[in-house]
Ligand binder design. Structure first.
Ligand code: DAT
Ligand code: MG
Length: 149
């Protein structure tokens, strides 16, 4: 089953939006497979954002993501990556549609509240970077047939 790595970034935690953000993925119908509350190390941040190394915003991005605790989660389901990205909204909250997390709570690209994997291939890498196999839970959701055909 497709999985995606979602982070509630330090601004989401500091602003008391953890429950609000988790609730949106939960209500959407994605299924939670793993969750932890961590302070990312500089090393983890550098590995997570390796693709952005050298870009003008890289240093600011790293110092932001390690500036406070984050909630790291794995959500799963068919098309989990695309569904989660749609729920998050565009990278720049100013351009994000109202009704999305970034469109409802953000006004600044460097404070965009949430991370979500951008492809199923990258999602596999990101999930493995943050979670060991033993930290992911296989479980049966009682109302599964009312969410998935
Ligand atoms: P996303 O988080 O939507 O996947 P991304 O992977 O392109 O976006 O970039 C990672 C983060 O880096 C993004 O959430 C915010 C920051 N960022 C991206 N482009 C930026 C820019 N042009 N200026 C400042 N920060 C930027
Ligand atoms: Mg990205």
């Amino acid at each position: 089953m497709e999985q995606t790595l979602i982070l509630v970034k330090p601004d989401g935690v500091q602003r008391g939006l953890v429950g609000e953000i988790i609730g949106r993925f939960e209500r959407r119908g994605l299924k939670l497979a793993g969750m932890k509350f961590i302070r990312m190390s500089h090393d983890l941040a550098a590995r997570h954002y390796a693709i952005h190394q050298g870009k003008p915003f890289y240093e600011g991005l790293i110092s932001y993501i390690v500036s406070g605790p984050v909630v790291a989660m794995v959500w799963e389901g068919k098309d989990a990556v695309a569904a989660a990205r749609a729920t998050m909204g565009a990278t720049n909250p100013v351009a994000a549609a109202p009704g999305t997390i970034r469109g409802d709570f953000g006004v600044e690209i460097g404070r965009n509240l949430v991370h979500g994997s951008d492809s199923p291939e990258n999602a596999v890498q990101e999930v493995n970077l943050f979670f060991g196999a033993a930290e992911l839970v296989i479980w049966e959701r009682a109302n599964e047939r009312w969410i998935r055909e």
